[in-house]
Design a protein around this ligand. Structure first.
Ligand code: HEC
Length: 214
């Protein structure tokens, strides 16, 4: 029994002396009884070692890749990743005021795109004509869906509708993750065309058509 404690103490000191304490710093590589895959063959990223044809250990970004903060051209507009510009926010840069008008020129192409996207993303609730009687209302999934021909909504600035489409309002969720910025503006252009279709006055007609009406 006397020797047991003596041998035990010597063993503890020996192990401590050789292996050291956990977290100790060593001048030489420490003795690793269980290496736990801490040392293994690997390529360091973006170092020249000729693994790929480019000579680097990792692939270069595909040609044409741009950083999110870099402007990119969409049509004749410069669109920025997250920058505070009206195209991205629907607001005047550096302010909270909504912009009055769509920053994209309203062309037949933009309207066609907007009609297609509206039918996919908005018609299920607001209906093909925007009256708010889409399929979700009919099956009772949504109790109140806004009628987009309401005078109040017709009078909203384009920027505010962009904000609603992006971040949602009341029971409507935001569609920023599903609909890219350009398409959101295309939808707004189409929505304005839908609203205009109800607001045409006799005075807007050409004299010939007016004569035919009479
Ligand atoms: C899941 C159903 C649903 C979808 C899809 C949907 N909306 Fe809505 N939308 C609503 C509801 C609900 C309201 C709010 C109605 C209320 O409570 O007055 C609303 C309100 C609005 C308003 C009025 C906002 C205001 O200021 O009052 C606009 C504009 C609008 N939606 C546009 C769109 C457009 C554009 C799309 C397609 C990108 C879209 N919505 C897709 C359900 C939907």
């Amino acid at each position: 029994m006397r020797y047991f404690f003596l041998i035990f103490a010597v063993l503890v000191l020996l192990v401590l002396g050789v292996a050291g304490r956990r977290g100790d710093l060593f001048r030489h590589r420490p003795l690793q009884i269980f290496p736990d895959m801490k040392r293994q063959l690997k390529l360091r990223p973006q170092t020249p070692n000729g693994f790929f044809a480019s000579g680097l250990s990792s692939q270069l970004p595909p040609p044409g890749t741009i950083a999110q903060s870099q402007p990119k051209r969409v049509g004749d507009q410069e669109v920025y990743g997250f920058e505070d510009v009206p195209v991205n926010t629907g607001r005047v840069s550096g302010a909270t005021n909504f912009i009055e008008l769509n920053p994209f020129p309203v062309t037949a192409g933009l309207l066609a795109r907007g009609q297609q996207r509206f039918t996919i993303y908005c018609a299920p609730c607001h209906g093909q004509t925007g009256e708010g009687n889409g399929i979700t209302k009919k099956i009772g999934a949504m109790a109140v869906v806004a009628n987009l021909h309401d005078k109040r909504i017709v009078e909203l600035p384009d920027g505010e509708i962009f904000n609603t489409v992006s971040y949602g309002k009341l029971n409507m969720q935001g569609y920023a993750p599903q609909i890219v910025v350009e398409d959101r503006w295309a939808i707004i252009a189409y929505l304005r065309a839908l609203q205009l279709s109800r607001l045409g006055a006799v005075a807007d007609l050409t004299p010939e058509t007016r004569a035919k009406l009479k």
